[in-house]
Design a protein around this ligand. Structure first.
Ligand code: NI
Ligand code: MN
Length: 226
């Protein structure tokens, strides 16, 4: 599966012949100045929770591409009101079969206020299953035992895990999360964007290597085939 990283927690995955774009925070990201939100392709946009650094450019991209937005109920309702043309609402524990594969909305321990201060429901992550393979995106979360349920039920090709610390898991907890979901190929997200989440890349990569896992820390615009 071809994965392209666009900075912070934004990346796209080509699965089942469709382009899935996650948490498209581009124009507000000081580290993604070389990326143009207006040039991103998407058939589906998956939004993990209501915070501005995840909702980001979702409405603009959805309007331009007519992508179907997949999000938790409250986040989906808010995006519809802002002008996103098409939204599929999920809620925790629920999955749905789309044409490219199945998306399940799973637990995250975090908060989820929308950019205008309204309530965004509970935050989440996504487990995506497709003919090209399965993967997990944690969203913003603490380490949680719930991740073991994903490892027990789904064989993952890779997992995109937040690891910038301060607002989410740091590298040590992300190694544990990788163990809980039983995955050895990790895409690191939610690091370096703001001063409190700057991480030592070599140190983080070493922690994963010591656990027999590979941590990929891509530069915005860089791609990797999982
Ligand atoms: Ni957040
Ligand atoms: Mn965040």
């Amino acid at each position: 599966m071809k994965v392209t990283y666009y900075g912070h927690a934004c990346f796209s995955v080509v699965a089942g012949g469709k382009t899935l774009l996650f948490d498209p925070f581009i124009s507000g990201n000081p580290l993604a100045k070389a990326i143009e939100a207006s040039s991103l392709r998407a058939d589906f946009i998956l939004v993990s929770h209501g915070h501005d650094d995840h909702v980001g450019d979702t409405v603009e991209i959805a309007k331009r591409t007519n992508a179907l937005v997949i999000a938790g109920f409250e986040v989906g309702e808010w995006l519809l009101k802002q002008g996103a043309p098409r939204v599929h609402h999920l809620n925790q524990g629920g999955g749905f079969n789309f044409d490219f594969g199945r998306v399940k909305y799973v637990n995250a321990i975090h908060s989820s206020t929308m950019p205008d201060g309204s309530a965004g429901g509970n935050p989440g992550g996504f487990v995506v299953e497709s003919e090209d393979g399965n993967f997990y995106f944690s969203g913003d979360t603490a380490l949680t035992m719930d991740m073991k349920l994903i490892g027990e039920s789904t064989r993952l090709k890779f997992a995109a895990l937040c690891l910038g610390d301060n607002f989410t898991m740091g590298p040590d907890d992300a190694v544990k999360a990788a163990e809980f979901v039983r995955c050895n190929e990790i895409l690191g997200v939610h690091f370096d964007t703001f001063p409190p989440i700057k991480i030592d890349h070599g140190l983080a990569i070493g922690k994963f290597r010591a656990a027999g896992k590979t941590l990929h820390l891509l530069r915005p615009g860089e791609a990797h085939d999982f």
